[in-house]
Design a protein around this ligand. Structure first.
Ligand SMILES: Nc1nc2c(c(=O)[nH]1)N[C@H]1C(S)=C(S)[C@@H](COP(=O)(O)OP(=O)(O)OC[C@H]3O[C@@H](n4cnc5c(N)ncnc54)[C@H](O)[C@@H]3O)O[C@H]1N2
Ligand code: MOO
Ligand SMILES: [Mg+2]
Length: 394
């Protein structure tokens, strides 16, 4: 059997970051920046008021109460603003440029709110309520680095430095193709021997959570020709393909039967539980990565976490590798088959981790009740309650 680490290493050696492309910042959410972004100018670009009030010279309001003539109103967006001379004030609004000569803003609450003249009841020290040019960013400063995942705040600063378009690595478009004659669409009635199809929904959601766009291509039956036709069509829009089912030792294994003869996908037994039957390769004229995951729902989920997600991160130009782990003490004794790495579904809370009831690779409800995977190494078969274990938070 192939080692888990070897299988991941082979996959990561074969996948490449997607080509960068320019997008409108409105479509940048969730992508990864492929360029460093600098600000062309200081932010704020000019000294401006932090409050609604009066722009004054601090020395003129050192002794209060004091009455000052108001020379004009300065609103946010005003251009040619007059200087504030000694003994004068300008009524100013939040975000408006601080007039030359003024060095403090008196909030309106400390005044009588006058328009022709204002009486100020409290001194405002030098610099009061003034936001200085360049306080956030100096001209030329990097505000975002290549490799940053774009969230709402990153979209905001892109706009804030005047960018409309930005170069990113796109979200990988991943087609999820399920196989199995027994599969019925959720929301439709079940026939005899049928179950509702869940893997394509779960895997498409996992793709989205990993920064990609997941497309469900629906389920095909156990006919390898039907599978190949569906694959051919889907390859046109896919940066990667995930299949579920049809890769084990049965008489009807459409994925294996269709792809094995083409010699592009290596079907292997990986030394893990669940998720032993695996396949990976590059298919079609564009050498699109394909992950052929086992059909048992928990097996396909664990396979995604271990192999597909790291590959999707690499395709987005992000640092990648095995899923990050933490350490915790198990609340129950644990068992694992010799020679296989086990991934037990568990609930992690702080320093302790409790395996959930139902560790079968078909037990999707048990998976849905878990928030972590306990990792038991290949050479471990038993651990007592309280032992420290490695845990993958989900
Ligand atoms: N003789 C052997 N039998 C099996 C072996 C083996 O080594 N020797 N391996 C077992 C293991 S481990 C796994 S995992 C499964 C993998 O099977 P396949 O990848 O071929 O998947 P299927 O046979 O199509 O389905 C397995 C199981 O999962 C259910 N399934 C499949 N697709 C979906 C879906 N989209 N949504 C919900 N459930 C799905 C399917 O009904 C089966 O119950 O093989 C073992 N057998
Ligand atoms: O390895 Mo299968 O993936 O246990 O159920
Ligand atoms: Mg099978």
């Amino acid at each position: 059997m192939k080692a888990v680490d070897r299988h991941l290493a082979d996959i990561l050696a074969a996948v490449r970051p997607l080509a960068p492309m320019e997008v409108d910042i409105e479509n940048a959410l969730g992508t990864v920046l492929a360029e460093d972004v600098a600000s062309p100018m200081p932010l704020p670009p000019f000294d401006n008021s932090a409050m609604d009030g009066y722009a004054v010279r601090a020395e003129d309001v050192a002794a209060t109460p004091v009455m000052l003539p108001v020379i004009e109103d300065v609103a946010a967006g005003d251009g040619g603003v007059h200087a504030v001379g000694p003994g004068l004030a300008a009524r100013i609004m939040t975000g408006a440029p601080v007039p030359a000569g003024a060095d403090a803003v008196v909030p309106v609450e400390w005044t009588d709110g006058g328009t022709a003249r204002v009486t100020i009841s409290r001194p405002a020290p030098f610099g009061n309520a003034i936001r200085r040019a360049g306080e956030d960013v100096e001209a030329g400063d990097l505000v975002l680095r290549a490799g940053t995942r774009v969230g709402p705040a990153q979209v905001g600063i892109l706009a804030g430095v005047g960018r409309r378009r930005v170069t990113v690595r796109p979200r990988p478009r991943v087609v999820v193709l399920s196989t199995g004659a027994e599969l019925a669409e959720p929301g439709t009635p079940l026939g005899a021997g049928q179950i509702w199809e869940s893997n394509s929904f779960m895997l498409a959601a996992a793709v989205r959570q990993a920064g990609g766009e997941g497309f469900r291509a629906g389920a095909v039956t156990d006919d390898p020709r039907e599978f190949l036709e569906a694959l051919d069509t889907q390859l046109l829009r896919a940066d990667a393909v995930i299949t579920s089912g049809g890769v084990s030792m049965g008489a009807y294994e459409p994925v294996k039967e269709a792809l094995a003869p083409l010699g592009k996908v290596a079907f292997e037994k990986v030394a893990m539980q669940p998720g032993m039957p695996q396949g990976f390769g590059l298919v079609g004229p564009d050498a699109v990565p394909i992950f052929t995951l086992p059909g048992n729902p928990v097996s396909s989920f664990v396979s995604f976490v271990l192999f597909v997600k790291p590959a999707l991160l690499a395709m987005q130009g992000l640092p990648t590798g095995p899923p990050p782990t933490v350490r915790a003490a198990t609340t129950a004794p644990l068992r694992s088959p010799a020679g296989k790495r086990s991934f037990l579904r568990a609930v992690l809370s702080g320093e302790v981790v409790a395996p959930v009831h139902g560790q079968g690779s078909h037990q999707l409800a048990a998976l849905a009740s878990a928030n972590a995977l306990i990792v038991l190494p290949e050479d471990v078969t038993e651990l007592p309650q309280g032992a420290e274990v490695e845990v993958i938070p989900l």
